[in-house]
Design a protein around this ligand. Structure first.
Ligand code: NAD
Length: 256
């Protein structure tokens, strides 16, 4: 394990680590000295994060102590299996947990199917709940003082056309973060959320160009964010630099 960096020597779990913000979080956390468990429903993508984006970027030819694992955050059994796999590999639960797994199923309210409503809630909200509950329990049992970072979205605050399901799930993540922070503070486990604006990752590929142009007009910095710009805030919240920040939801939007 690296001895230098903001989160040196800490074990970090990142869900949704096979793409976008989760992948960038793995890169920045490892740059700052953490050992990273990259977990994703898409195992091959998580493995690519470890092998290509962490190992090669840092000049190593192998994954070192980092590992890729498969998880479906919406399935309790799968989340339990992830915890067991981490304990088998590292003997301790992670000190840093980043909930970045997320999906969209956009449609007009008047057309949105119950299936698309449920699948977004199951991954974004229930998935965050299952990971938080499972890993916070493991942290308290091992007396680990940790940091949990939940990726919400700015549309959880303002809403967005075509995203009644998604925006509600992300508002739920903020409220869940605040409640969990109140409960877990006595164990010295901090829980915070980030509300990203529009970030250049595969998840926004489905947004029509016309809509994107309109949205960008509302961003004072006039551009999409880069996933690394969210990952830097994730790493700050994971570190002791943010030791009195708890229950917060931080906008990272370019001013949107
Ligand atoms: P992305 O699509 O690039 O990555 C999401 C990852 O989550 C994928 O690798 C996917 O395989 C994984 N995933 C999906 N369902 C899963 C499940 N059930 N279990 C485990 N993994 C699963 O998207 P992104 O932009 O990196 O988004 C990351 C998070 O940030 C999401 O929660 C998203 O809602 C949020 N967010 C993104 C933006 C943006 O503009 N990109 C803005 C605000 C919030």
């Amino acid at each position: 394990m690296a001895s230098k960096g903001l989160v040196a020597g800490r074990l970090a779990l990142v869900t949704g680590a096979g793409s976008g913000i989760g992948r960038a979080a793995c890169q920045v956390l490892s740059r700052e000295g953490a050992t990273v468990v990259a977990a994703d429903k898409n195992y091959d993508a998580a493995l690519e994060t470890i092998k290509k984006h962490i190992a090669l970027a840092s000049g190593y030819s192998d994954a070192g102590e980092h590992s890729a694992m498969e998880v479906d955050v919406s399935e309790p059994k799968s989340v339990q299996n992830l915890l067991q796999a981490i304990l088998a590999e590292y003997k301790v639960p992670p000190k840093i947990v980043v909930n970045s797994a997320g999906v969209t199923r956009d449609n007009w309210l008047l057309k949105l199917s119950q299936e698309d409503y449920d699948s977004v809630m199951n991954v974004n909200l229930k998935g965050t709940f299952l990971i938080m509950q499972t890993f916070a329990k493991a942290m308290t049992e091992s007396s680990i003082q940790g940091s949990i970072i939940n990726i919400s979205s700015i549309v959880g605050k303002y809403g967005n056309i075509g995203q009644t399901n998604y925006s509600a799930s992300k508002a739920g993540v903020v409220a869940m973060t605040q409640s969990a922070a109140k409960e877990l503070g006595k164990f010295n486990i901090r829980v915070n959320a980030i509300m990203p604006g529009f970030i250049d990752t595969p998840i926004i590929k489905t947004v029509p160009d016309k809509v994107k142009e309109q949205l960008l007009k509302l961003v004072p910095l006039g551009r999409l964010g880069d996933p690394t710009e969210i990952a830097e805030v994730i790493t700050f919240l994971s570190s002791d630099k943010s030791s009195f920040i708890n229950g917060a939801s931080i906008d990272v939007t370019g001013g949107y």
